[in-house]
Design a protein. Structure first.
Length: 324
């Protein structure tokens, strides 16, 4: 669907959902089943983190691990089955306006403009850059942020994985399918990942550890040849030979378009209440883009369901048709 050029009140949605990950698609399923006029805008440039996850084993209801792409595809099919409109478009800005003499939001994208009485921001987060010399220069030539995408390129080679959380350890385990040796480098003296993942990593003979170590540079000529690390306790430095560097050190929220519209914390995450409300009336947030302690698929789905319910209540009250 493409937005037309009619007057805003004739083109107003009940809800525009920004983001096509688990949070956004769950919100879309709930909105579509409620028969609320809804469109979901998914970025053509930003891929949901779960979509590039090889194996998901902690989502309730699946005894056997499910591939992340498969889960997203199933969610999308379910949402479309209930009538959700999905469009590929990059959101650029939000602006407060009026529809039928009621407060609403204008959502400007790279190709269109939409009006909606409510907005659910479920734009997710992207992997954070390390910010050391050589990282930018060797992207695509040994530096990667996606094991599923690039792991097979490093068959029979030595690689390093930087990070100590669930994502880093899961990806390190996946990379042992291809590499002869995987060295996990983490800045602290212990890993942050779930215990079961730590156990698997320590039991894998291909995995080595460099804990309490900071990466200071990525080196090479045409491609990656080594990483320089500094011991966090002794400050002693050394080079580790490797042909690939996979970086998983956390996330940066995709909330630039919302800056100045809703309140963000110092890292750019959207501040929300228990019903996913933001500081802006009619705007809700769900999933990895909002400030919270646990960022998992199951919590994203829960956020999406809550945001959908809250948005529906808000729109009904705005229209004067709320069930009381």
């Amino acid at each position: 669907m493409t937005a037309n050029n009619t007057r805003p009140e004739n083109n107003a949605y009940d809800t525009v959902i920004i983001g096509g990950g688990p949070a956004g698609l769950t919100a879309g399923i709930y909105n579509a089943r409620a028969r609320a006029k809804t469109i979901l805008l998914e970025s053509p440039a930003i891929t949901s983190q779960i979509a590039i996850t090889d194996s998901l084993e902690n989502y309730p209801g699946f005894v056997q691990p499910i591939n992340g792409f498969t889960l997203i595809d199933n969610l999308k099919k379910q949402a479309v089955h209930f009538g959700l409109q999905i469009q590929s478009d990059q959101v650029a800005a939000l602006k407060e306006t009026n529809c039928k003499e009621k407060s609403c939001w204008q959502i400007n994208t790279e190709n269109n403009s939409f009006q909606s009485f409510s907005v659910i921001i479920a734009s997710g987060a992207r992997l954070r850059n390390l910010g050391v010399p050589g990282e930018k220069e060797f992207q695509g030539r040994g530096v990667s942020y996606c094991a599923t995408c690039d792991g097979a390129l490093f068959r029979n080679r030595e690689i390093t994985v930087i990070g100590g959380g669930d994502t880093a350890i899961e990806e390190a385990l996946f990379l042992t399918r291809f590499a002869t040796k995987v060295t996990i480098i983490h800045r602290r003296d212990r890993l942050r990942a779930t215990r079961i993942l730590q156990e698997r990593a320590r039991a894998n003979k291909k995995i080595n550890f460099e804990l309490a170590s900071l990466v200071t540079a990525i080196k090479g000529k045409q491609t990656v040849e080594a990483v320089s690390i500094r011991d966090a306790k002794t400050s002693q430095e050394k080079d580790l030979p490797c042909q690939g560097v996979f970086i998983f050190i956390g996330y940066t929220p995709n909330t630039g378009f919302a800056r100045g519209i809703v309140d963000l914390d110092d890292k750019g995450y959207i501040l929300t209440g228990p019903e996913m409300t933001t500081s802006a009336k009619g705007i809700f947030a769900a999933g990895d883009c909002r400030q919270k302690r646990l960022r998992q698929v199951v919590t994203a789905a829960g956020d999406g369901a809550t945001a959908s319910w809250a948005a529906q209540q808000y729109v009904d009250e705005l229209k004067g048709i709320a069930y009381k």
